[in-house]
Design a protein around this ligand. Structure first.
Ligand code: UD1
Length: 363
């Protein structure tokens, strides 16, 4: 039996590892083991995802919690090393670009365990973002690369990675969406909040560049208040954003802005698939809205996922009130570009990955 140890740490990892764990577990010669670093630890940021995504309780839990980048990365490395030495996996699988991805790939490589990076090769070319550093370092030491879009392959080849180590597998996050779309539609979240299909905007904001300063938070509050005159807004608030709102004593008494705690996977999917459009700074949501053909306004200067702009429904916007409001008007009036679904975003990425992993291990 080969042991594959998959790492999850933060919210956007769970919906990627869920389908991979299912596909690996279906292989007779592979034991799929999940390690949760505990980078995200609140029930609403973590436990609910395991339930929603029908994943088993993680086999290993490191419980590292928050901290500065060095503290968090260091704690994950120290704890993960002990587990890897004990378990001796044949392969470590990391996904995305969070601190846990970086920490665990370094540990595995230094113990001479091969590493596969899922969602490899993406680049924002903005080295101020911690995720960009995490991607560059992880890709520089990984053995095998699973890519979601052409840009990933291009960047890896440009960095000198040989083509036989790069596999265009498609987007495993979309596997979860395809698998759970129907189940999500049974959620009562719309009725519970007095919402109807296509009659509200969904907002998520958590990037330090948008929510860590009082200036940007105030601009965002002005934008939301202005939009709320025209359409309802639903805003599930990430802990980072909530902490900063509280610190700056910002709140809303506008009753067309519905503020929610972070939502689980199924409820959020239901909110997303019935919304008029999204205003976000998330990475994954740019991909999910492209798949769902729903307008997405991304409040960032760059994206690591250019296919969502070239083929999909996404656009980038700076934190400029007039520009954002005029684009939201287009969304509200239904005047938005039609997207296409990128290659191999078809719900079968995890099966392709499991076949490639099986091949790799048996060589
Ligand atoms: C992390 C990822 C980011 C990803 C995001 C999704 C890195 C560098 N960043 O950012 O790429 O888009 O997750 O959410 O890995 N907190 C809680 N409860 C939790 C988790 C966090 O209260 O369950 C608090 C932390 O204590 C901290 C803040 O929220 O004060 C931010 O958490 P942190 O894990 O540092 O980074 P994120 O902003 O979530």
């Amino acid at each position: 039996m080969y042991k594959v140890l998959s790492v999850v740490g933060a919210r956007p990892n769970f919906m990627k590892v869920g389908p991979i764990h299912r596909a690996l577990s279906a292989k007779e010669n592979i034991e799929s083991i999940i390690c949760h670093t505990g980078q995200h630890y609140d029930e609403k940021m973590s436990k609910v995802f395991f339930e929603d995504l029908e994943m088993p309780k993680p086999h290993i839990y490191l419980g590292v919690g928050g901290g500065s980048h060095a503290e968090q990365t260091g704690k994950v490395m120290i704890e993960f090393e002990k587990e890897v030495m004990n378990l001796k996996p044949d392969l470590v699988l990391v996904v995305g670009d969070v601190n846990s991805t970086l920490a665990c790939s370094i540990v595995a490589k230094k113990l001479h365990i091969p590493v596969v990076h899922v969602e490899a090769g993406l680049r924002s070319f903005d080295r101020e973002m911690p995720e960009e550093i995490n991607r560059i370092v992880t890709d520089s030491i990984s053995d095998m690369f699973f890519v979601t879009e052409d840009s990933g392959e291009k960047h890896l080849l440009g960095d000198g990675v040989s083509s036989e180590r790069i596999h265009f597998t498609g987007n495993v996050m979309i596997d979860s969406l395809v698998h759970f779309k129907e189940k999500a539609s049974r959620s009562s979240v719309l009725a519970d909040n007095g919402l109807s299909k296509g009659e509200y905007l969904l907002v998520t904001l958590h990037r330090p560049s948008n929510v860590d300063s009082i200036e940007s938070l105030t601009t965002l509050a002005e934008i939301l208040n202005a939009v709320a005159e025209k359409i309802k807004i639903v805003f599930p608030i990430h802990p980072r954003t909530m902490n900063n709102l509280k610190k700056n004593k910002l709140s809303s008494d506008n009753d067309t802005i519905i503020l929610l705690v972070p939502q689980g996977y199924l409820v959020f999917l239901q909110l997303m698939q019935n919304s008029k459009g999204l205003l976000t700074d998330s990475g994954g949501i740019q991909e999910e809205t492209t798949f769902l053909n729903i307008p997405c306004l991304t409040l960032r200067d760059n994206t690591a996922r250019p296919v969502t702009i070239d083929l999909g429904t996404n656009i980038l916007l700076p934190l400029d009130k007039e520009l954002i409001l005029s684009n939201l008007d287009k969304v509200i009036s239904g005047n938005w570009k039609q997207g296409q679904i990128p290659r191999m975003w078809d719900g079968k990425a995890a099966e392709r990955m499991a076949d490639i992993i099986e091949d790799f291990l048996s060589k």
